[in-house]
Unconditional design. Structure first.
Length: 494
């Protein structure tokens, strides 16, 4: 058969299943962004006391979007005091039924403004618009809906015991799911009766600050939610403030460890949602086409910027060649490019710093002897992009098999027996998630007991639900988010 090539990307050969191309389908609605974002403290947007701002850029074009307020310790102090006042004056005393109404209102407002939020998330963070639109924003609203229902039923979380909120909660979140991580943190905190000071990640502050506008629109009492944007020092000021009785951190294991060290000896309650290096295990009796979709979703969803990404594929030796061939065919048709295009599968890497980290780890894979394969697709001339990449001949000692890459890079290892699969899957300092693909229910049950991971998906991957607790073991952290277990973290139980 004669070779055919892409019209928009002549370097790319059109392969099986790729016999037509998509015309550009850009999302064009107005995300209603401001040129400058101030801090959201005590129900109002206020400039930082030192009047310092930093730029947030669109990682797909490397152009500035807006100036973001940089909160220092004095701003954080004002926010924590506002939260404490709201807790003792209004929110802590309010009946759960009334608190629930505010959460429902926030959930509905997020739905009303969903399109605007999805575009803002994609512009600021680089993720494909179809993911912001179909996953991040609806899931953020779902977390508020779910927790709204709990607000007047807290006593059922610990029957026969007394539950009470902690007071002021300090929360620090990463950049990979900006609004969704905010919802994971703020929804249970408010349902439980706490007030919040939250710091978003420095590269993705916009949707968190827009969430302040939602709080205003919902008529949330002043001070119940406070958003302080900034970098490391701002985060440190939030977690160390004497009024924050509970600290919830999501981010890298390295920073998580330094926070634990800095809080040792205090009586603050702590939850840590940290990094991962998940094994996605495919047995020879698995439905292979379905498994290949799961492998692709597991590692290329959100450009691989996913703590629970299936970044290590463990495939049974007898089917390894077949799986690899199917995988190569599948990734050849992934569309990498403008995150605002509705057909894009992989958008921009979140920052130049992250792109450098991914590039460096991929180089180490080649240097250490693994075999690299990428689709060779043409990347946009500007912006931070990385091709979907897979490595074969990976050994457990390679850095790419041990370190979290947090990018669209899959390492493939093989195994012969279920015991070897468990041994290899658990041979990591992390323990956040895993996937098992097999036809046998008994094998799923056995594997999920033996795998040291907080979440084990069976014949699927990267599925989330507000009712389901999420969290890790070992260096992936402790504590849970979501479900009854996640809500209990925001309550004192006596
Ligand atoms: P990061 O640890 O660099 O930063 C996370 C947040 O902590 C940011 O807001 C940052 O400004 C802040 N921060 C940095 N240093 C701080 C300090 N000393 N004190 C207080 N705050 C500080 O992580 P990142 O690069 O933004 O995010 C990627 C990491 O997050 C990955 O390792 C990923 O696996 C992890 N993650 C985990 C989960 C989970 O649920 N387990 C979810 C999403 C992301």
């Amino acid at each position: 058969m004669p070779k055919t090539f892409s019209k928009t990307n002549p370097a790319r050969e059109l392969v099986f299943g790729d016999l037509w191309e998509f015309d550009p389908a850009p999302e064009t609605a107005d995300p209603k962004l401001k040129k400058r974002y101030d801090l959201f403290i005590n129900g109002s947007f206020v400039p930082p006391r030192a009047e310092q701002y930093f730029a947030t850029i669109n990682p797909a074009h490397e152009t500035k979007i807006a100036d973001i307020a940089l909160a220092d310790a004095s701003d954080v102090d004002v926010a924590c005091k506002a939260a404490q006042k709201a807790f003792t004056g209004v929110w802590g005393k309010m009946p759960g039924k009334e608190r629930g109404k505010y959460l429902y209102r926030i959930a509905r407002l997020l739905q009303d403004h969903a399109r605007e939020f999805a575009i803002a998330e994609t512009l600021d963070g680089g993720k494909p618009i179809k993911e912001s639109r179909d996953f991040d924003i609806p899931m953020a609203a779902a977390h508020f809906f779910y927790h709204a229902g709990w607000a007047d039923k807290l006593e059922h979380l610990a029957p026969g015991r007394q539950v009470a909120p902690h007071g002021v909660v300090g929360q620090v979140i990463p950049w990979n799911f900006p609004l969704l991580m905010l919802a994971w943190k703020i929804a249970p905190a408010l349902a439980a009766g706490n007030c919040v000071v939250l710091k978003p990640a420095e590269t993705t502050s916009i949707t968190a600050l827009k969430f302040g506008e939602i709080c205003q629109e919902a008529g949330l009492p002043n001070g119940v939610v406070n958003i302080v944007s900034g970098a490391t020092e701002t985060g440190a000021a939030v977690i160390q403030h004497p009024l924050t009785m509970k600290v919830a951190f999501t981010g890298s294991t390295e920073v998580g460890k330094s926070i634990m060290r800095s809080l040792a000896g205090t009586d603050k309650k702590l939850t840590m949602e940290l990094g991962g290096k998940a094994a996605n295990i495919v047995f020879d009796d698995a439905p292979l086409d379905q498994a290949v979709e799961g492998i692709v979703n597991g590692i290329f969803f959100n450009q691989g910027h996913v703590c629970c990404a299936g970044s290590r594929l463990l495939v049974q030796e007898s089917i390894a060649d077949e799986v690899l061939a199917k995988l190569k065919r599948r990734i050849a048709v992934l569309r990498v490019g403008d995150p605002m295009d509705k057909n894009t599968d992989l958008g921009a890497i979140n920052s130049r710093e992250q792109l450098t980290k991914i590039t460096e780890l991929v180089k180490s894979g080649v240097m250490e002897g693994a075999e690299k394969y990428d689709t060779g697709c043409k990347l946009p001339a500007k912006g931070f992009f990385f091709r979907p990449t897979i490595f074969t001949n990976v050994s457990m000692s390679h850095r790419i098999a041990r370190e979290e890459i947090f990018g669209p890079v899959l390492g493939i290892l093989t195994f012969r027996t279920p015991e070897e699969a468990v041994e290899k899957a658990n041979n990591t300092p992390y323990g956040l998630s895993a996937g098992v693909w097999t036809d046998k229910g008994s094998r799923i049950l056995k594997m999920s007991t033996l795998l040291k991971a907080g979440v084990v998906w069976a014949n699927t991957y990267n599925k989330f639900d507000p009712t389901s607790p999420f969290g890790g073991y070992k260096e992936s952290g402790f504590g849970r988010e979501g479900g009854k277990q996640g809500l209990l973290e925001y309550l004192k139980v006596a």
